[in-house]
Write a protein that binds this ligand. Structure first.
Ligand code: CA
Length: 238
């Protein structure tokens, strides 16, 4: 397991050649690597005292799939950065992975260099978020109270469970309050999509946020549409 304080990465992958290749390449980059060949071993690995810095998980596993594993992690309150490896590269599968709580995805086959680069970027973002957390870890608007650290969301004292993507969308709006953001910007920054197959996805998520947070979702006061441009989050409508 971990020694010398190097970040420990959990790799959940049942293809032995690929798992060995990942272990070698990540070790060369200075990471400690723990391997798990199925979902059960992966969940057991999380019981070790030292937390993982990040998880690389394959979608297709013998006893479960990467989506379910990721959802289990998130619902147990573990928000370790997750990169999902998927043989499927359609936008629907990527969105499904991100909605299950993955932070990034990589389609197979991939270059080790790209995985390492994505991993490092994720770890940088994580430490940056850790630093900025103290400044803005809570948000209150209308009857809603959001704690970005614990992911606790209450509206009029009633708690709501948001999916990972709903939560990240809310976070992005909170960080950009009062500014009109385009659907393309949201797909790029929140969904991490570089190509935009269908911007309707964004509209569906906005509807979901409105149902949770707006007193009258048909006449929103906080999550406002700007025709032809995008959306604007207004925490304090006049
Ligand atoms: Ca597999």
């Amino acid at each position: 397991m971990s020694n010398g304080g190097n970040p420990n990465i959990l790799v959940v992958e049942d293809e032995e050649h690929l798992a060995a290749g990942l272990k070698l390449n990540l070790s060369l980059e200075g990471f400690e690597v723990t391997l798990a060949g199925n979902g059960r071993d992966a969940m057991a690995a999380f019981l070790q005292p030292e937390p993982f810095a990040a998880v690389v998980v394959d979608v297709m596993l013998p006893d479960t799939d990467g989506y379910a594993l990721c959802q289990r992690l998130r619902s147990s309150g573990n928000f370790v950065p997750v990169i999902m490896l998927t043989a499927r590269s359609s936008a629907v599968d990527r969105v499904r992975g991100l909605d299950a709580g993955a932070d990034d995805y990589l389609g197979k086959p991939f270059e080790f260099e790209e995985l390492v680069a994505r991993l490092k970027s994720l770890l940088r973002r994580q430490s940056w978020q850790g630093e900025s957390r103290e400044r803005s870890s809570t948000l209150n608007f209308g009857a809603a109270a959001i704690d970005f650290e614990t992911h606790r969301v209450t509206v009029s004292g009633e708690s709501h469970n948001l999916t990972h993507l709903e939560f990240e969308l809310l976070r992005y709006f909170a960080e950009n309050q009062g500014r009109v953001v385009s659907r393309e910007e949201l797909l790029e920054k929140v969904w991490k999509l570089r190509h935009f197959p269908n911007t309707r996805t964004v509209d569906n998520f906005i509807s979901r946020l409105r149902k949770v947070f707006e007193t009258d979702p048909k006449h929103p006061r906080h999550f406002l549409s700007h025709r032809g441009t995008g959306y604007r989050f207004e925490p304090n409508p006049s």
